[in-house]
Write a protein that binds this ligand. Structure first.
Ligand SMILES: Cc1ncc(COP(=O)(O)O)c(C=O)c1O
Length: 434
């Protein structure tokens, strides 16, 4: 597409470059950027990578973490299960505390295992327990397809018709965000028939952060279980899943958690369920009490906590980068990361509002608690072409049909100056104010 420069917009932005550089100079988390490999753009300089909502950058420490395990395998063979530097038999327990800190859980409520969708299936098998009167699942319109498919498949599996068994909440006509009061109203109207509420913590398309505490409380009032897909929330926003009394949650680790493509996912099961060994579940030997696992008994005795939902012995080579990544999260602290995130995304929003034309609309809520780091931009008439032009200029963002560009400034590795450069580029791509 033709990239035209609109002089007054660009002049306004030029004046703010010094401010961006100053914000970086005084950023207490600035040094963390060096802990990541920065992909290069077409000009050979580091790209402006705003795609952490899709795949986070590679931590520098990931390679050594994987090599350590490969070396232990080479040196010790099967003995590495117990004699390795990080014994594989209990490897997943490395995530017990740091995984819990990440989502506001108590140790034992979080286990890292499988992938997000697999964990969602495991949780649905336990928490979707339809009865004759209560069999519906409340989900949002336009849910991420994997969630929609998983939910539909469980409904069908239990002999219900998804057209009847799904209670779909949607934004009001002419709006694009969900209103908590509408979710509450749906529960008020139909709560007696709803078995389970499954919603995102942060919506993948709009970047909206839902009020998980309020939604969970409403679900509980009506006797429904409440679960959340935290794919876009984990490592992005601060949460208190335990205090909010959430029943379960699942998330992936390849986005804001920077643990690599297809990384091992997370699963939260509230302690009040983790203690109930009789809860129905899809079982595997790694969920069995480790003290008796190798007794090879036919009866399954689940380990207490989220660990009791594990199926298989964990993929150590895939978990190693997660260990490297979560160490960084622990060091920086989720609260400090969130503080920077609010400033960084707020800065991006402020710059975008300066250049706003009728061809640009910010879909993501403006109120910081109602969003994570991502801003979803509706760009018309041709968002795809704008993404192409941005890419050619060294920006990595992404396009979602039909007209949305998602941009995520990530506090661990993005800078205020990159945000400023992005805003200037976008203003050039969009042309004069309409
Ligand atoms: C909101 C959401 N849910 C589910 C998934 C599916 O995750 P996975 O492929 O790891 O199962 C994704 C993937 O991007 C996602 O963004």
């Amino acid at each position: 597409m033709k990239v035209s420069r609109h002089a007054s917009d660009v002049r306004e932005l030029d004046q703010t470059e010094r401010e961006a550089l100053e914000l970086d100079r005084t950023d207490p988390l600035a040094a963390y950027r060096q802990r990541f490999h920065l992909p290069l753009g077409p000009d050979g300089a580091p790209a402006m990578y705003f795609c952490g909502h899709s795949l986070g950058l590679a931590p520098v420490g990931a390679r050594a973490a994987v090599l350590d395990e490969l070396d232990d395998w080479a040196a010790l063979g099967v003995r590495a299960h117990f004699e390795g530097r990080h014994p594989w038999y209990s490897y997943h327990e490395r995530f017990r505390d740091c995984g819990a800190r990440l989502v506001g859980a108590v140790p034992g409520e979080v286990v890292m295992m499988n992938s997000l969708t697999v964990n969602l299936h495991l949780m649905l098998a336990t928490f979707y327990r339809p009865t004759r009167d209560r069999y519906r699942i409340l989900i949002e319109e336009g849910a991420f397809p994997s969630d929609a498919y998983a939910v539909q498949s469980h409904v069908v599996h239990r002999g219900y018709d998804p057209r009847e068994a799904l209670c779909v909440v949607a934004p009001r006509p002419g709006e694009h965000l969900l209103r908590t009061e509408d979710i509450e109203a749906a529960l008020e109207a139909d709560g007696r028939r709803i078995a389970l509420v499954l919603l995102p913590g942060v919506h993948y398309l709009t970047g909206q952060c839902l009020d998980m505490a309020r939604i969970t409380a409403a679900a509980r009032r009506h006797g429904c279980a409440a679960g959340f897909d935290l794919a876009h929330a984990a490592g992005n926003i601060a949460m208190r899943l335990h205090d909010w009394d959430v029943d379960f949650a699942v998330w992936c680790s390849y986005k804001y958690l920077n643990a690599g493509p297809g990384a091992v996912a997370g699963c939260f099961v509230h302690a009040r369920h983790g203690q109930v060994k009789s809860l129905p579940r899809l079982a595997g030997w790694w969920g069995n009490d480790p003290r008796t696992r190798f007794d090879m008994r036919p009866e399954f005795v689940p380990r207490e906590g989220a660990d009791g939902w594990q199926l298989s012995n964990p993929p150590i080579l895939a978990l190693a980068p997660l260990a490297a990544s979560l160490a960084t999260f622990d060091e920086a602290g989720m609260d400090a990361l969130r503080r920077k995130s609010e400033r960084l995304t707020g800065y991006l929003e402020r710059l975008l509002r300066q250049i706003s034309t009728t061809s640009l609309e910010i879909l993501t809520p403006s109120n910081p608690p109602d969003r994570g780091c991502q801003l979803s931009l509706r760009v018309r008439p041709d968002a795809r072409a704008v993404v192409g032009a941005l890419e050619a200029a060294g920006v990595v963002a992404d396009f979602r049909e039909p007209d949305v560009i998602r941009v995520a400034p990530v506090p661990l590795y993005n800078t205020f100056h990159e945000v400023w450069r992005f805003a200037r580029l976008l203003s050039r791509c969009l042309g004069p104010r309409a």
